[in-house]
Design a protein around this ligand. Structure first.
Ligand SMILES: [Zn+2]
Ligand SMILES: [Zn+2]
Length: 184
């Protein structure tokens, strides 16, 4: 198994390199940063001034030929799904594709001074979370677990970047996962 990081639009490659190190450690696998950027212009909604997450996810999946590899799209674009104001990310349960947005992970977005370390910690947590869904994980009731549901940055900051023991069992294949579908 391998994880590919796919830049969606212009994304800071040094941040992607740091993220790949975290993911390699967490999932115990090799992580590659793709050099070619995916243009997400097709997913732009002019009325909302946001990008349609599910459409980008479908585009990422189009290029994948099955197998056990995962693809995590990373974008600076503000993502949405029709029923919600925004999403930090989205994933296909039991894979292979997931997508995360850095847009609302920056302190500046909330009118606060920049904090690169915090923004990258949030990116790591959100990335592990969405990839966790591709392994079939649902949201976890343990608030410390990275699979805890978090729809605001304060909740993201509260949890860790790690899987709890039962979630880790699913990721490692020791325990069966839930059926396929799509989740945030
Ligand atoms: Zn858990
Ligand atoms: Zn989730």
């Amino acid at each position: 198994m391998r994880i590919d990081l796919q830049p969606v639009g212009a994304v800071d490659l040094e941040a992607l390199d740091r993220l790949s190190a975290v993911l390699a450690r967490t999932f115990g696998t090799s992580v590659r940063v793709r050099t070619r950027t995916l243009d997400a212009g097709f997913a732009y909604d002019a009325a909302r001034k946001q990008w349609y997450s599910t459409a980008i996810l479908a585009k990422l999946a189009e290029a994948e030929g099955g197998g056990n590899n995962r693809v995590l799209g990373v974008t600076e674009a503000d993502l949405f799904v029709p029923i919600l104001t925004f999403v930090f990310g989205e994933a296909q349960v039991q894979g292979p594709c997931a997508l995360v947005s850095r847009h609302r992970l920056y302190e500046e977005f909330y009118g606060l001074p920049a904090n690169q370390t915090l923004a990258e910690e949030r990116l790591a947590k959100e990335s592990v979370h969405e990839l966790g869904h591709t392994f079939g994980l649902a949201h976890c009731d343990d608030w410390r677990c990275v699979m805890a549901s978090s729809h605001a940055v304060d909740r993201l900051d509260l949890k860790t970047a790690e899987f709890c023991a039962p979630c880790l069992e699913v990721v490692s294949g020791a325990r069966p996962a839930r059926p396929a579908g799509q989740v945030r």
